[in-house]
Design a protein around this ligand. Structure first.
Ligand SMILES: C[S@@+](CC[C@H](N)C(=O)[O-])C[C@H]1O[C@@H](n2cnc3c(N)ncnc32)[C@H](O)[C@@H]1O
Length: 314
């Protein structure tokens, strides 16, 4: 039984139009979710067109099997492994467009059993693929102060990471952090103990940081960008929707003009590794699109979305 199937697709038409779909082309939607983008792509393909969809979440894959047609090839895996499948299908250099819509879907967020939301009590899981790897609760129970601090500070850009990490460590001396509400309470108390108020829920940044760590989200993007030029055809399009400044920075640097590689000394190690990659791949940045005010008012989740589009030119 598939519950919570409502996901409001972000930048639906903008993202699909950005792929400049040829009816007989071959496309990859690497973050299928509940298939909003995928269904629109399919509607633009003729009987010769092909769509490969991927997702690491078994529930998303179940949805894909329910709704898609025989022009569609479904892959249950991380998109960082895309090259393996494209090679198996003999399609290296023949893909006309790749779309990524990063982060989690509302289906994942709204299911309290998945542990992504501080608003709903449930097991502190946070794995996009809940069949492999360790849960956020397991990690927090075994991690040292420094590791927790580093995740909250670096991935969450959480200014109070020090207090929160200390309080997590204090709490776990006597109790297990099993549920989302345990963690949410520790973070909220940490804010209160230093008299800090925040416009957003105090747990917002920490929950997102832990989710990004558990799912190695930035690593996934870097791994894919590393070889995406081998996947795409000449003039193939790469369109990526991101929701977080750290993701967007990686994508922006990857798509930025090649000229910047001459002054690599002024870049961070992360940026340099991406620029080095870009040096060989030669993408041309086409456009950046943000959701309209109308979309934001209908779907609050879209407010931080940025779509960046690039074209392979060599
Ligand atoms: C924002 S949703 C995509 C929504 C989709 N575009 C739609 O219209 O329904 C992101 C999806 O990408 C999947 N995902 C995130 N990172 C992934 C990765 N590295 N590999 C494969 N799937 C991933 C998540 O499991 C989730 O289902």
């Amino acid at each position: 039984m598939i519950n919570n199937c409502q996901h409001n697709t972000v930048l639906l038409h903008e993202a699909v139009n950005s792929l400049r779909i040829k009816p007989n082309g071959i496309y990859i939607d690497a973050t299928f979710g509940s298939g909003g983008h995928a269904k629109l792509i399919l509607s633009k393909l003729d009987k010769h067109g092909r769509l490969i969809v991927m997702d690491r979440d078994p529930l998303a894959i179940k949805i894909a099997h329910n709704i898609l047609d025989n022009r569609c090839y479904i892959i249950y895996d991380n998109f960082s492994n895309m090259i393996k499948y494209v090679k198996q299908l003999n399609l290296l250099g023949h893909i006309d467009g790749v779309l990524l819509d990063l982060g989690i879907s509302s289906i994942q967020l709204n299911d309290s059993n998945r542990g992504f939301s501080y608003m709903k009590n449930g097991p502190l899981d946070m794995r996009m693929n809940n069949k492999v790897g360790y849960t956020a609760g397991y990690w927090l129970s075994h991690a040292q102060y420094n590791d927790i601090y580093s995740v909250l500070y670096n991935l969450g850009e959480e200014y109070y990471a020090k207090y929160i990490s200390k309080n997590i460590c204090r709490f776990k001396k006597y109790n297990n952090i099993i549920n989302t509400i345990d963690l949410s309470k520790i973070i909220t108390r940490s804010y209160k103990s230093i008299n800090k108020r925040s416009k957003k829920h105090p747990a917002t940044k920490s929950f997102r940081a832990i989710r990004m760590f558990i799912n190695q989200e930035l690593e996934e993007i870097k791994l894919l960008l590393n070889y995406i030029s081998y996947i795409l055809s000449f003039k193939g399009i790469l369109s990526i929707i991101s929701f977080h400044s750290l993701e967007d920075r990686i994508i922006k640097n990857f798509m930025s003009p090649i000229a910047t590689i001459n002054s690599t000394n002024s870049f961070s190690i992360d940026q340099r590794s991406i620029l080095k990659i870009n040096k060989n791949k030669k993408f041309k940045f086409l456009k950046k699109i943000k959701p309209s005010l109308n979309e934001i008012s209908n779907n609050r989740r879209s407010r931080s979305a940025i779509l960046r589009i690039a074209q392979k030119i060599h």
